[in-house]
Design a protein around this ligand. Structure first.
Ligand code: MLT
Length: 428
């Protein structure tokens, strides 16, 4: 491997050190570029720019590889559960049974939120989008736990803030749904595991006994695991950038929730479901919509296809597609949207237009089918994505802080007006 890259600029040559990661990813370090040359690099969307070195998640977009702390996502989705994966991402290794039991118990005993949080809920109009409620209430935790604002807090305080956030996001998420449909809120139960408790808080109703369905619990664990981290995606980069200013964990994650809300990011799973529903309402003629997606004069585009990083397939989509089949069979659901989704996928995998453009199903394409099958309403899809991504956001924020990374402050190339003098309004 080359030790350095040589850059020749304006007749001068400078050497840029090359670094290589444990999976042979290579970069040249431009940390001193501007001091040495007066130049900065320009990389709109940072697609070619490494923001950090991280030991949390490895993905290979060409080979469709995704590993959390070295463990393949396929094995974790098949054999692990969400809290165990959260522990792995945050603390760096799989827990022993004792460690996992302690972690799960700590989370269980922190799922209750301060009664004053309900007053904040009451302030939202019933039509408020649950993602707006989620980001607001996560940030409100700084008011209930002001020690979380201290940038010099002890590791024990940081860990308590982590436990609180994982615990309370499930309650806040379920309550944001109940608030949106005008149902009475369900308080968390300490006799249920994390996913069962969330489903209980989401769907229990005073007039009927809520039965925990193990098929649904297993599907939810799998979905949350598959969304748990994805290296330096938009929302994680947001959490890191906000956290690099020594902002609190709650404030940093609240910002990440808002980034994830964007339709080009986590909001895509809601867009996919709305697209499938529109095709169904239009009569279910998928070929008509495939042709519209290919027509450059038509603004319609297929949602849930392609990915900024994966070049051939999204490994999570493969797992979710099988899980969708399993869940629908186990629950005896014949969802017409699944048939539409399968027809669209078939078109994307065989039609040269989509193959040439690498437009294959990504993680958002099938997740909506499962969410819908287990009763999650469309507006809550991105909230579930946020719940799943929370351990990743926490792990990345914690790594950035432990590595004492500097405040993020990108540069720019100015293209505006040259210097000019101010003139009074009567002279304009
Ligand atoms: C994610 O999981 O965050 C999405 O696939 C987006 C991305 O990684 O860029």
């Amino acid at each position: 491997m080359a030790e350095s890259a040589e850059l020749i600029l304006d007749g001068k040559s400078i050497s840029l050190p090359v670094i290589e990661g444990t999976e042979n990813e290579k970069a040249f370090d431009i940390g001193k570029l501007r001091d040495q040359t007066g130049y900065v690099t320009l990389d709109s969307g940072y697609k070619n720019t490494g923001a950090t070195k991280s030991a949390i998640t490895f993905l290979d977009g060409e080979e469709g590889i995704l590993r959390y702390r070295g463990y393949p996502i396929e094995q974790l989705a098949e054999r692990s559960n969400f809290l165990e994966v959260a522990y792995l991402l945050i603390y760096g290794s799989l827990p022993t049974q004792t460690e996992l039991d302690k972690f799960a118990h700590q989370i269980t005993t922190h799922t209750l939120v301060h009664e004053d949080v309900r007053k904040i809920f009451d302030g939202f109009p019933s039509g408020a989008h649950p993602m707006g409620i989620l980001s607001s209430l996560i940030c409100s935790l700084t008011a209930f736990y002001p020690k979380s604002l201290d940038p010099n807090q002890s590791p024990e305080e940081t860990n308590l803030n982590i436990i609180r956030l994982i615990a309370k996001i499930s309650t806040i998420a379920a309550w944001s749904y109940k608030n949106s449909v005008g149902h009475p809120l369900n308080y968390p139960r300490n006799d249920l595991d994390y996913c069962s408790n969330f489903l209980y808080m989401m769907f229990a109703f005073p007039t009927e006994k809520y039965e925990i369905n193990p098929v649904v619990v297993s599907a939810l664990n799998k979905l949350l695991i598959l969304h748990a981290d994805h290296e330096q995606n938009c929302s994680t980069s947001t959490v890191r950038l906000v956290g690099s200013a020594n902002a609190s964990l709650y404030g940093s994650v609240s910002a990440g929730v808002n980034a994830l809300w964007g339709p080009l990011h986590g909001g895509a799973n809601q867009e996919v479901m709305e697209m499938l529903e529109a095709i169904q309402q239009d009569g279910g003629n998928t070929q008509k919509w495939v042709d519209k997606a290919k027509d450059k004069n038509d603004s319609f585009r297929l949602m849930g296809f392609g990915h900024r990083v994966y070049k051939n397939f999204d490994p999570r989509a493969k797992i979710i597609k099988k899980a969708a089949d399993d869940v629908l069979k186990a629950l005896g659901i014949d969802d017409p949207l699944l048939k539409i989704a399968q027809e669209l996928e078939q078109a994307a995998l065989t039609d040269q237009y989509f193959v040439e453009r690498k437009l294959y199903p990504n993680v958002d394409f099938y997740s909506g089918i499962i969410y819908r099958a287990i009763g999650i309403p469309t507006e809550m899809f991105t909230v579930l994505f946020a719940m799943g991504r929370l351990p990743g956001w926490i792990a990345q924020w914690k790594e950035m802080r432990e590595n004492k990374e500097p405040i993020g402050r990108p540069r720019q190339i100015y293209t505006g007006e040259l210097e000019r003098d101010y003139v009074g309004i009567d002279q304009r």
